[in-house]
Design a protein around this ligand. Structure first.
Ligand SMILES: [Ca+2]
Length: 234
């Protein structure tokens, strides 16, 4: 168990020359990563920032734009999940985003539902309108876990916009995926779907290509190598 992987040539005097160091293991999966996200009651001009909510990069933030009534973000997990916890990642510099309501997260509800544009069942409520400085907030669902496909974050009764850099969701899928790709971002013949066919990569996500090693991604090693497959072109 650990976070950092170190490769060392012990006692060596020669340099290290290596083309790839891959690591395999298990950790808690953010099941919201790269999933489709929509804004409810948002202005069209701010919709382009919505993917920043689920791109896995803490420095990119989604902005719901000018004050709107009851602003919401909704993530489509693609299939039912038993959602156990969520993590909110806030902007690095709240003073730059106060005018956007960047770090105030009181009276905020995170819910799980089976239907789009529906609040569904409560996962967790942030009661007090507290100032959340830079950093993150990890919250367990109050009832332990809630089953559903759509995750909705709503500022109830708010007139301030939402400005949030990442909404991570932790839970377990049911194993049933309506698409041709897997939640663990593996792909190719070595990583089949439940029906036995090779897993693809979601062409509408930020990881649309399958590498020779069987990982969905977006670099040249995923998209343009001889044995790579770019599912946006298929
Ligand atoms: Ca982000």
């Amino acid at each position: 168990m650990g976070r950092y992987i170190t490769l060392t040539k012990v006692g060596g005097t020669r340099a290290i020359y290596l083309c790839e160091l891959e690591v395999y293991g298990q950790g808690p999966n953010n099941v919201a990563l790269t999933k489709p996200v929509t804004g409810i009651s948002l202005e069209q001009g701010t919709l382009h920032t919505l993917p920043y909510l689920i791109d896995g990069i803490p420095d990119t933030c989604a902005d719901s734009g000018p004050a709107v009534n009851r602003p919401s973000f909704q993530i489509d997990l693609g299939q039912d999940h038993l959602v156990q916890a969520v993590k909110l990642v806030f902007p690095n510099d709240c003073t730059q985003t106060l005018s956007k309501g960047g770090c105030f997260y009181g009276n905020t509800v995170i819910s799980v539902s089976d239907e789009q544009n529906s609040d569904g069942e409560l996962c967790v409520r942030i009661q007090d309108n507290v100032f959340q400085p830079k950093g993150e907030l990890i919250l367990d669902c109050e009832a332990g876990a809630v089953m559903g496909r759509y995750i909705t974050l709503t500022k109830v009764g708010a007139t301030r916009a939402i400005y949030l850099c990442e909404l991570e969701v932790y839970g377990q899928g049911t194993g049933i995926n309506s698409g041709c790709w897997r939640d663990d971002l593996r792909c190719g013949p070595g990583f089949p779907l439940p029906n036995g066919s090779p897993a693809e990569c979601d062409p509408d996500s930020i990881y649309p290509c399958c590498s020779a090693a069987g990982w969905c991604g977006n670099t040249a090693a995923h998209c343009t190598c001889d044995s790579c497959r770019d599912f946006r072109k298929l």
